[in-house]
Design a protein around this ligand. Structure first.
Ligand code: HEC
Ligand code: HEC
Length: 382
């Protein structure tokens, strides 16, 4: 199932790229596709790793100037929907509604229940005070609303806590993608000295083995295993639980054909999001989460965090981060990898400037895009 989803996201993003390349024939982004067909690779065909980054600078200039002006004034009721009808086939190239589920919840009921218990349990931390839920609160859209998160000693890392909601859909985990799955990711924070601070895998296992309830729950969840309470299985269980954290939104209803699921301002925002080029990076089932892109692609962005470069050591990955999913984005501020951006308005403005080279986006534009992003919020909070 995961594979299908991944393939789907890749398919969608390659469609998005294909479209973009069609518009920008010299975009560096085509190199991957063209490498094989074009035997006579010229100098700029050498860096297959640039994730189409360079292809974006001119994008979005086709956007009509009138979009910037208070578009929602002056349109009487008679013009309902006028000019805002979105081409459905175009939308389907960029976005995909959330699947019903990505894990068989019935078959994995014991595993998921164990994972949820572990996720909420502060005993996974050295001082019994910090759980996954401390930084990724299930009653707060999977985040802690802090710029960076205080761990077991109150120390903070350099990065903002992303939401765990829908994270299982991402191509990889963390801002720099250093863990490939939620199962693998979950094992990191428990031992991270500034997060949950447990001294070793053995210490965690020993601690859980001393709790009768966990002995029972692990045996039930991993009934085919002789010695189920091992460190790796903590990740397997938490990951299974995280796979249930999908949050359908009104935008999903819209994608499935309910034209009334979005209001006029949200529809305008969607159109601008697409036409302006946000969709080049924020696309697919999670509206992001499926590629790594440089922050400051067009206009350089100041940050000392080298992002993906720290994982790959590849020059072009400097300041590249996983493109965040925009699901629930209206609820998960502060924004950016370091939590330095307080409001969604500011995040949109910075994106337009640094990723698309659009310096003077008007209030109307920001308001509409923000309205659209609001329609990506879970219909019911988890
Ligand atoms: C002290 C706060 C803190 C605790 C406790 C914590 N996390 Fe995180 N989590 C973070 C931060 C900060 C990041 C981003 C770090 C980075 O990208 O380098 C993160 C990243 C993640 C991600 C990646 C999401 C994405 O979009 O890339 C997942 C999933 C996640 N945490 C799950 C968990 C689980 C499961 C636990 C418990 C085992 C946990 N976290 C405990 C702060 C915390
Ligand atoms: C070239 C790729 C690219 C384009 C185009 C792009 N973004 Fe982004 N976006 C990113 C990346 C990468 C980040 C993470 C930046 C960071 O944290 O340093 C991001 C972050 C964001 C965030 C903050 C997410 C969070 O969880 O903190 C928002 C909101 C956002 N983008 C919206 C937009 C909007 C709206 C547009 C169009 C105006 C847009 N983006 C265009 C790549 C892109």
């Amino acid at each position: 199932m995961k594979l299908i989803l991944l393939l789907l996201t890749f398919f969608l993003s390659s469609l998005a790229c294909a479209q973009e390349n069609a518009q920008k024939p010299n975009a560096a982004g085509q190199q991957a596709q063209h490498k094989h067909e074009n035997g006579k690779g010229s100098a700029d065909h050498g860096h297959g790793h640039e994730h189409a980054d360079k292809g974006h600078s001119g994008h979005g200039h086709g956007d009509k100037a009138h979009d910037d002006h208070g578009h929602d004034h002056g349109h009487g009721g008679g013009h309902h929907g006028h000019g805002h009808k979105l081409d459905e086939t175009q939308l389907k190239q960029f976005f995909e509604p959330l699947p019903e589920s990505i894990i068989d919840a019935q078959k994995n009921a014991a595993l998921i229940a164990l994972g949820k218990k572990l996720y909420l349990d502060p005993r996974l931390s050295v001082n019994d005070k910090i759980s996954c839920n401390s930084c990724h609160s299930l009653s707060n859209y999977g985040v802690d609303s802090e710029p960076t998160s205080p761990g077991h000693e109150g120390k903070r890392g350099g990065r903002n806590s992303p939401t765990t909601f829908n994270a299982a859909l991402h191509v990889a985990q963390f801002w720099d993608g250093r863990a490939s799955t939620v199962e693998e990711q979950a094992l990191g924070p428990i031992l991270n000295p500034i997060e949950m601070g447990m001294p070793s895998e053995d210490a965690v296992v020993k601690k859980l083995k001393a709790i009768d309830e966990y002995k029972k729950l692990f045996a039930e969840a991993f009934s085919d295993q002789k010695d189920p309470l091992i460190y790796k299985n903590i990740g397997v269980a938490i990951g299974a639980f995280e796979r249930t954290l999908l949050t359908p939104s009104r935008f999903d209803d819209f994608l499935k054909g309910d034209q009334d699921a979005l209001n006029e301002s949200e529809k305008r925002g969607l159109k601008k999001f697409v036409n302006m080029g946000c969709v080049n990076c924020h696309n697919g089932v999670a509206i992001g989460g499926n590629s790594f892109r440089k922050i400051g692609l067009v206009v350089p962005y100041e940050t000392s965090d080298m992002g993906r470069f720290e994982v790959t050591g590849i020059e072009s990955d400097k300041k590249a981060f996983k493109v965040p999913s925009l699901r629930n984005i209206a609820q998960t501020g502060p924004y950016f990898h370091d939590g330095s951006v307080e409001t969604l308005d500011e995040a949109i403005r910075l994106m337009a400037k640094h990723q698309l080279g659009r310096d003077h986006v008007g209030h109307g534009m920001i308001r509409d895009i923000k309205a659209f992003l609001g329609a990506l919020t879970a219909k019911e909070a988890k």
